[in-house]
Ligand binder design. Structure first.
Ligand SMILES: [Mg+2]
Length: 274
């Protein structure tokens, strides 16, 4: 297999970045060595375009990436220079104002009342809920396609709310810290669309590795060649996934990311050192 046909779609928070401080310095050299070997790394996250750019600056690389739970893919030209896109981006979502409009008009008021949107919280609460300091908070709040929230209700309420959103063409995603109302997109859908474009138009036979830690990663974990799960500190997450192919890290992020990527590459006899 050509190295450039190995694609790693990876969640960031809790999967590649430390869940508490968002650091990844322990594995930075390993990530760079993967890129140096021609492996394509595609962050696929609920983070915003601006937040991902901060990560890419720290990494010192320009990478293709999926933002806001599958709402858009940017820098697709890095995967193939002739891919059909507008400004190297593919957009799968309606705008935030359109989504908010549908939410206000179509979701029963008793459910709307249970939604505490992050955008409406005090800066102190926003920082606490998102685990960010005041330097990074504005980038997380600068959303184009999704509305993060805390839902004040039971598990049954959440299930009912999820169904209501679905009926209205939207999705509720559960990340490591908050819920997110999005258009009818998901990390898995964006990934599959991209892979299909690469396969259909350029006959690329890809091998996809996915790394995730939370329910909003299930859609991509379920549609790849090699799913990998990273444990959150002190938590056994995604135990409902029974696929025998799954590689589960013993360490949390960032070290767990290196652990599962090494194991995934070993499984296909990919030599990182040679
Ligand atoms: Mg995560």
């Amino acid at each position: 297999m050509s190295n450039s046909n190995i694609l790693i779609f990876t969640d960031l928070d809790g999967s590649l970045l430390n869940h508490n401080n968002f650091d990844f310095k322990e594995i930075k050299d390993f990530i760079l060595s993967c890129i140096g070997k021609g492996i394509k790394i595609v962050p696929n996250t609920s983070k915003t375009h601006k937040e991902i750019n901060i990560f890419l600056d720290k990494l010192g690389q320009k990478l293709p990436f999926v933002c806001e739970n599958g709402a858009a893919i940017h820098n697709v030209d890095l995967l193939h220079p002739e891919i059909n896109s507008k400004d190297s981006s593919l957009i799968f979502s309606r705008s935030l104002s359109e989504i908010l409009e549908v939410f206000k008009n179509n979701i029963p008021i008793e459910f709307q009342k249970k939604c505490i949107f992050v955008k409406d919280m005090s800066p102190k609460d926003q920082m606490e809920v998102l685990g960010l300091n005041d330097k990074y908070l504005p980038y997380a709040l600068n959303r184009e396609y999704s509305m993060p929230l805390i839902f004040e209700g039971s598990k049954d309420n959440i299930n009912e709310f999820t169904t209501l959103l679905k009926t209205n063409g939207m999705k509720l995603h559960e990340g490591g810290r908050v819920l997110n109302i999005c258009d009818n997109c998901s990390k898995g859908k964006a990934m599959k669309t991209l892979i299909k474009m690469l396969n259909d138009n350029f006959d690329l036979k890809t091998h996809t590795i996915v790394v995730g830690d939370s329910p909003n990663d299930i859609s991509m974990l379920n549609s790849c060649d090699q799913p990998c799960v990273i444990p959150l500190p002190g938590k056994r997450n995604l135990i409902e996934l029974k696929d025998h192919k799954i590689i589960r890290a013993t360490k949390s992020a960032p070290e767990g990311w290196e652990e599962v990527v090494r194991a995934s590459l070993k499984k296909i006899n990919f030599d990182l050192e040679g």
